[in-house]
Design a protein around this ligand. Structure first.
Ligand code: CA
Length: 230
C-alpha cells in the first residue's frame, strides 16, 4: 500500500529535507507552507494518510490546526505527527493533549522520523471488520457475539453462537450429530451426541420467540439442517 504524507512546514530548508527523506523511503510525499494551505489542500485533494506538521507556523499554528482537525469529523481519523524545536516536557504534553498522534523534536534523524511515521500508521490501521452473517431476518454479529432478529439484539451463549454461526454458513445441508460435534465443538472434545440436541433445543426456543425456529429442521434418522426453505 502506498502511503501519502503531507508535510506542513514553513522553513524551506527543513521542508525540502523532509520531502527528500520521506520520498527516499518510498513514501509519496507532498508539502505545503502553512496551516491555511494545508486546510485548502485537505478540502481539495484526496486525504493524505498522515500529516507531518510543524508546530511553529506563521498564521494558524500547528497546535491550532491539530485541534481543529481533530474536532472535525471529516479529519479526526487523520494521524498527525507534530514537529517542533521545543523540547520541554510541558510542551510535549501540550502537543499530545491537542490530539496529535505523536511528537518529534527538531533536530531529529530521518531514521527516527520514519520510525515514528511507521509506528503511528500501524496504530491507526483500521481494524478489519467482520461483516455480520445474514440469513433472512436473522443476523449474527461476529464481533459482538450477538444474534439479531428483526433488529432485536439477543444475547446467546458461546455454544449456541458457534452453532448458529455454523448453520448460517452451511445452509441447506444435513449434518449428523457427530458432524456437528466435530465442527462446532471440535474434534477433541468428549461430549455426548445428546448435547447437540440440548443446544439445538435452546436455540430453537430463542428462535421460536421470533417465529424462526423452523429454520432448524430435524431430519429423522440423520440429524439437522438449517434452511430457509420448508
Ligand atoms: Ca516553523
Amino acid at each position: 500500500m502506498e502511503l501519502t504524507i503531507l508535510i506542513v512546514e514553513d522553513e524551506e530548508a527543513i521542508r525540502e529535507m523532509l520531502l527528500m527523506v520521506l520520498k527516499q523511503s518510498g513514501l509519496k510525499t507532498l508539502a505545503v507552507e502553512s496551516a491555511e494551505d494545508a486546510l485548502q489542500f485537505l478540502a481539495d485533494k484526496p486525504l493524505p494518510d498522515l500529516l507531518v506538521l510543524d508546530w511553529m507556523l506563521p498564521g494558524i499554528s500547528g497546535i491550532k490546526l491539530t485541534q481543529r482537525l481533530k474536532k472535525d469529523e471529516q479529519y479526526q481519523q487523520l494521524p498527525i505527527i507534530l514537529l517542533t524545536a521545543r523540547g520541554e516536557e510541558e510542551d510535549k504534553i501540550k502537543g499530545l493533549d491537542c490530539g496529535a498522534d505523536d511528537y518529534i523534536t527538531k533536530p531529529f534523524s530521518p531514521k527516527e522520523l520514519i520510525a515514528r511515521i511507521k509506528a503511528v500508521m500501524r496504530r491507526n490501521m483500521p481494524k478489519e471488520k467482520t461483516a455480520p452473517l445474514v440469513v433472512g431476518r436473522i443476523s449474527l454479529n461476529q464481533e459482538q457475539h450477538r444474534l439479531n432478529i428483526d433488529n432485536q439484539n439477543i444475547d446467546i451463549s458461546p455454544t449456541e453462537f458457534r452453532l448458529m454461526q455454523f448453520f448460517m454458513t452451511h445452509q441447506d445441508k444435513v449434518y449428523t450429530r457427530t458432524q456437528l460435534l466435530d465442527y462446532v465443538w471440535g474434534r477433541n472434545t468428549y461430549v455426548e451426541e445428546r448435547t447437540v440436541d440440548v443446544h439445538i433445543r435452546r436455540l430453537r426456543k430463542i428462535l421460536a420467540r421470533y417465529q424462526c425456529d423452523t429454520l432448524i429442521q430435524t431430519v429423522r434418522g440423520f440429524g439437522y439442517r438449517f434452511s430457509l426453505a420448508d
